[in-house]
Design a binder for this molecule. Structure first.
Ligand SMILES: [Fe+2]
Ligand SMILES: [Fe+2]
Length: 191
């Protein structure tokens, strides 16, 4: 637990670690053995699950708060959500894709760039202003909602679902449950 910035920052740190590991390789082209390639696919899978949950709770709780509390909140939220949707399309294409697919590394490379851009945008352009705008209680309360929301958030990116608040409350549990059933059937997200 913690305030919303601590909760979101912890997710960002995890994503950054995963992106650094993906960047380090090795890849199929740079001589990875079959075990390393399987781990690479697993890492992309975990990253997709974590990202899907993270962006879903931001869209449900964080961006509405940004729109409410900051004068330029709409512009900040709109830009960030645009980045999130673009990233979701990349991750969606990567679902179930193997490292021997010629598109795999191209998509991973694109996600590394876009993911870093997006994290930096939130950290540098949004969080500092929000840290000033929210009271300690509000930041705690939002942190709690985000943390709780992640438990019922979808584990797949769903790039065609409108990135609007209310989705998580209305369709979220059903979508998340369907995602988890599919994950269990395919062994996705398991060791
Ligand atoms: Fe985001
Ligand atoms: Fe984020």
């Amino acid at each position: 637990m913690g305030n919303v910035f601590e909760v979101l920052r912890k997710d960002h740190e995890e994503v950054k670690r995963a992106l650094a590991e993906l960047e380090r390789g090795p890849t199929a082209a740079s001589g990875a053995n079959p075990d390393q390639l399987t781990l690479r696919e697993k890492l992309v899978e975990e990253l997709t699950i974590e990202e899907s949950k993270h962006e879903a709770v931001e869209e449900e709780y964080f961006w509405p708060a940004v729109r409410d509390h900051l004068e330029d909140g709409d512009a900040l939220a709109d830009h960030a959500i645009e980045q999130e949707v673009a990233a979701k399309f990349i991750l969606n294409d990567l679902i179930g894709m193997k490292t021997d697919d010629p598109q795999f590394e191209e998509l991973v490379g694109r996600f590394i760039t876009k993911g870093r851009e997006h994290n930096a945008y939130e950290e540098d352009n949004v969080w500092p202003a929000m840290e000033k705008a929210l009271s300690a209680e509000e930041a705690e309360e939002l942190g709690r909602k985000v943390e709780e929301g992640k438990k019922i958030a979808p584990t797949r990116p769903h790039p065609h679902t409108p990135p609007k608040p209310g989705i998580l409350k209305a369709a979220g549990p059903a979508v998340a449950a369907a995602d988890r059933v599919r994950d269990a059937a395919t062994g996705r997200g398991q060791d």
